[in-house]
Design a protein around this ligand. Structure first.
Ligand code: ZN
Length: 261
């Protein structure tokens, strides 16, 4: 499957005709090429996926490499494709002498580990164990690869280990945290979500994203921010998000002192 090139025109057409539904674009041998294509689809780098922001894409693990999945979202009020999900699952324990079951809340990928497709919507599932009624999360993956609780727990454990490993040496100054209740909170969240799929997005992408989501005020602030700069088009969306956080922090500082100038 991965040896032939993807017919992007045909794929984009299929996506457009079934708005909001994710389809597999292609499977790439390396994660780098998969990531690059997903980014290109999000940012409208490829003519088939223009204008920028009309399509959302995500690269994720596939049995044969890295799968890119995408959906057409133009005119739909959809958040970016989720990367992870938190579920409540039963842990029956594997160590000898362990009895009973406990429910644990774990974070796992929102993507099927076999094909990279979206995991199904979570619903409550009642079950009885040793006479006790319990509720766990259950879901059905549209791709047909059904998850198993044991594997889900193992995935969550691997993930938790990875997070603590990569959490420390982040050279970029870590995450961008929107100011709660800030004027630009929603705008910052939008950009941060978009950066997950397109970490190198430029200011143009951020501005368009804000416009399209009705964050006019934030878009104006962004325009003012880059207006004077000679390297305006090279300003990163990341810098834009940081700038909006900065504005909100200043505003928060103003109100917390109770002052008005
Ligand atoms: Zn699958």
């Amino acid at each position: 499957m991965s040896s032939t090139a993807a017919d992007h025109r045909a794929i984009a057409f299929k996506l457009e005709s079934q708005r909001g539904t994710e389809f597999l674009v292609h499977v790439y041998p390396s994660s780098q090429s998969g990531q690059a294509v997903a980014r290109g689809i999000c940012t409208g780098k490829y003519p088939s996926y223009q204008p920028a922001g009309a399509f959302q894409a995500i690269a994720s693990q596939h049995d044969d490499g890295t799968a890119v999945w995408a959906r057409y979202v133009d005119g739909l009020d959809l958040p970016p494709i989720a990367r992870e999900m938190t579920v409540r699952v039963p842990d029956y324990g594997t160590q000898p002498g362990y009895e009973g079951v406990r429910l644990v809340e774990v974070t796992i990928s929102a993507r099927c580990p076999r094909c990279g497709g979206p995991r199904g919507a979570v619903r409550k599932d009642h079950f009885v164990r040793d006479g006790a009624r319990m509720v766990r999360d259950a879901w059905h993956n549209g791709c047909g690869h059904q998850d198993d609780y044991q594997a889900v727990l193992a995935e969550a454990a691997r993930r938790a280990k990875q997070v603590t490993k990569t959490a420390e040496p982040q050279p970029r100054g870590g995450e961008i945290e929107p100011v709660q209740g800030g004027r630009y909170e929603k705008a910052v969240r939008l950009i941060v979500e978009a950066l997950k799929a397109a970490p190198w997005a430029r200011v143009r992408v951020a501005a368009r994203l804000l416009e399209e989501n009705g964050e006019r005020e934030a878009a104006d602030a962004v325009r003012q921010f880059i207006g004077a700069s000679a390297t305006r088009n090279n300003t990163s969306a990341r810098a834009v998000a940081r700038y909006l956080v900065h504005l909100d922090s200043n505003a928060a500082a103003d109100t917390s002192t109770g002052g008005q100038k």
